[in-house]
Design a protein around this ligand. Structure first.
Ligand SMILES: [Zn+2]
Length: 72
């Protein structure tokens, strides 16, 4: 069990990452959270803990993922 993933992203980069469908889809395939590499994750590749820390812009981007709309 890895506790920290070197490919985990900084919180400040999250809004950028959520617009990169290639990155999000890859993390969904691995099943690890974008920010903390924890599990389980939702459609935006974020775990429940990290979901509680999102700001309004990030939540809006997550909603597009949970709605099944992939950003280009
Ligand atoms: Zn997380």
């Amino acid at each position: 069990m890895e506790r920290w993933n070197p490919e985990a992203f900084a919180k400040g980069d999250l809004s950028w990452v959520l617009k990169r469908s290639d990155i999000v889809l890859e993390r969904r395939r691995r099943g690890t959270c974008l920010l903390c590499a924890g599990r389980p994750i939702n459609e935006a590749a974020l775990c429940d803990v990290c979901m509680t820390m999102l700001n309004r812009e990030e939540l809006g981007l997550v909603e597009t993922w949970t709605a099944g709309v992939l950003p280009d």
